[in-house]
Design a protein around this ligand. Structure first.
Ligand SMILES: [Zn+2]
Length: 286
């Protein structure tokens, strides 16, 4: 089994995690830009962080046989701090880099006007750069935040196929289903979504345009929950093909829209991976 984790914050994880993820089948991942726990005090702090996501972290991941890509953005939480918002002016310089396969994570935290301004500006950057956008929905007032995010996506005019609405649950998934946007789900150890609840959502909504991630970050989280979800799918009667679609082909298709998702062939499946690498079609956007 091979797994692509479409949303995981490796900056906050250890080399033991990389080792365990590789053993569980993780071969590629996308690390979206987010906060550092401690609030940043300047735009320069973001530049160092983005450079680490493009340089140091892919190198670290490669030591453990995992390909690392990233999404770059001003995160919703820090969009509220005027010391941080000037980084928006620097984003175009990062959005042209080879390993940047999306704009993210953008969206809402506390649903303020400042967050909405940063969200709108960055949706436009995604559209102008022909990049997918990864949208964070708030943990409180999630349904309101999800609906507002969908309104802003429609208002921008970006192709909905280029947008993933993330951290969905049983209440918010039906709001996104049928909009053309991708549905993202973060699986957590003991709060929010778990593998069995994820399986029930897949039974209801099907396996198309669904992304499952571990989101592993500074809080209590588990980078192997993508693998646990695969096991729960198989136990519930999904086929190995279904698992491959949700945990590999879907994220490859979503981020492949950037035209930059160049996957190195795995030694055991060279032909199949080579097709993905060659066919990473650029679409939408421009
Ligand atoms: Zn995140």
């Amino acid at each position: 089994m091979r797994i692509f984790d479409p949303h995981i914050h490796m900056t906050s994880r250890t080399t033991d995690d990389y080792r365990a993820m590789h053993a569980a089948g993780v071969r590629a991942l996308v690390e979206p830009a987010f906060w550092l726990g401690q609030p940043r005090t300047s735009a320069a702090s973001f530049r160092d962080y983005f450079d680490a996501l493009l340089g140091w972290e892919p190198y670290r991941a490669a030591q453990y046989g995992i390909q690392h890509f990233c999404a770059i953005a001003l995160n919703p939480k820090e969009a509220n701090d005027p010391r941080c918002t000037p980084i928006l002016d620097d984003l175009p310089r990062y959005l042209v880099k080879d390993r940047v396969v999306a704009v993210g994570e953008i969206g809402f935290d506390a649903m303020t006007d400042s967050e909405e301004r940063a969200f709108t500006a960055q949706l436009a950057l995604a559209r102008e750069h022909g990049l997918p956008a990864l949208v964070h929905t708030p943990h409180r007032d999630k349904a309101v935040g999800t609906s507002r995010a969908l309104e802003l996506v429609r208002a921008d005019g970006i192709d909905p196929a280029m947008v993933a609405i993330d951290h969905l649950n049983e209440i918010t998934a039906p709001l996104v289903a049928g909009t053309g946007c991708w549905m993202g789900f973060s699986i957590y150890p003991d709060t929010k979504m778990d593998p069995d609840r994820m399986v029930r959502i897949l039974q209801e909504h099907g396996t198309a345009r669904v992304l499952v991630n571990s989101a592993a970050d500074w809080g209590h989280s588990d980078p192997l929950l993508t693998r646990s979800t695969a096991a729960a799918m198989l136990a519930a009667g999904f086929s190995e093909g279904d698992v491959e679609q949700v945990l590999w082909r879907n994220p490859v298709e979503f981020y492949g829209q950037s035209g930059r998702l160049v996957l190195e062939p795995a030694p055991d499946r060279p032909a199949e991976d080579a097709v993905f690498a060659g066919n990473s079609v650029r679409r939408g956007g421009r």
